[in-house]
Ligand binder design. Structure first.
Ligand SMILES: Cc1cc2nc3c(=O)[nH]c(=O)nc-3n(C[C@H](O)[C@H](O)[C@H](O)COP(=O)(O)O)c2cc1C
Length: 213
């Protein structure tokens, strides 16, 4: 018998929305995951709202343009949010067969200190039939130094504009809801299993800050 699409409580989970477009489908899906499947209990980093400066090796400026947050404020806030999370849901769109450049920029600002050995569920989204290339890309090259721990389960949301939208009674919506609930339950189990051993796992980072390649 297949699992039901029930909400899951995951302590201190953070949803990272990797689209840096305004009004993105990734954000819509991130909001939907939070409200329907995570009991509304998740923090969120949205790379459109949380406008990280482009990393160039220099310290972020603490001068705010137009009275808003300074680049240094944004970097600190995003680092703090990631650091406080015990696990992540990464919602990543496929852009030209790639993960967005802003997500790579995120990994240059936020690293092992905030991410290492924390479990992460990959959710990729595509307006068409894409999504798999991004899964492969993330699993291939975003964990080496961050030591982010992608769980084996993943979700690929194709035809995303119509997913959990206005069309009623779509069999595929129901299937993906159950599948989402199942993947989040697994994320919860990994989170609970790994949280108590995180300090032991991260102890070797001072000797080996970079993974082998
Ligand atoms: C610059 C750009 C490139 C895109 N390239 C692809 C692609 O290679 N494959 C694909 O399935 N969808 C592609 N799309 C469409 C996205 O799947 C679509 O915009 C979807 O809504 C997810 O992106 P979003 O979260 O930014 O809305 C692209 C979209 C943009 C903005």
């Amino acid at each position: 018998m297949s699992a039901q699409a029930q909400p899951v409580h995951i302590q201190d989970v953070c949803i990272l929305v990797a689209s840096h477009r305004a009004d993105s489908q990734s954000r819509r899906i991130g909001d939907h995951l939070k409200s329907r499947f995570l009991e509304g209990q998740a923090t969120m980093i949205d790379l459109n709202e949380d406008k990280l400066p482009l990393w160039d090796g220099s310290e972020p400026s603490d001068e705010a343009a137009g009275g808003g947050e300074s680049p240094a404020d944004v970097v600190n806030r995003v680092r703090q949010k990631a650091g406080e999370a015990s696990s992540f849901v990464f919602v990543v769109p496929e852009w030209h067969g790639m993960a967005p450049a802003g997500l790579k920029n995120f990994f240059l600002w936020v690293g092992a200190e905030e991410l290492a050995h924390k479990p992460a569920l990959l959710v990729t989204v595509s307006a068409g039939t894409g999504g798999a290339m991004v899964v492969n890309e993330m699993r291939a090259n975003s964990y080496k130094n961050t030591r982010l721990n992608y769980i084996p389960e993943q979700l690929i949301f194709r035809d995303v504009n119509n997913l959990w939208a206005d069309i009623q009674d779509r069999e595929s919506d129901e299937y993906l809801a159950k599948r989402t609930s199942c993947a989040l339950k697994q994320l919860k189990l990994y989170t609970e299993a790994l949280s108590p051993v995180r300090s032991e796992l991260t102890a070797s980072l001072k000797d080996y800050p970079n993974g082998m390649s």
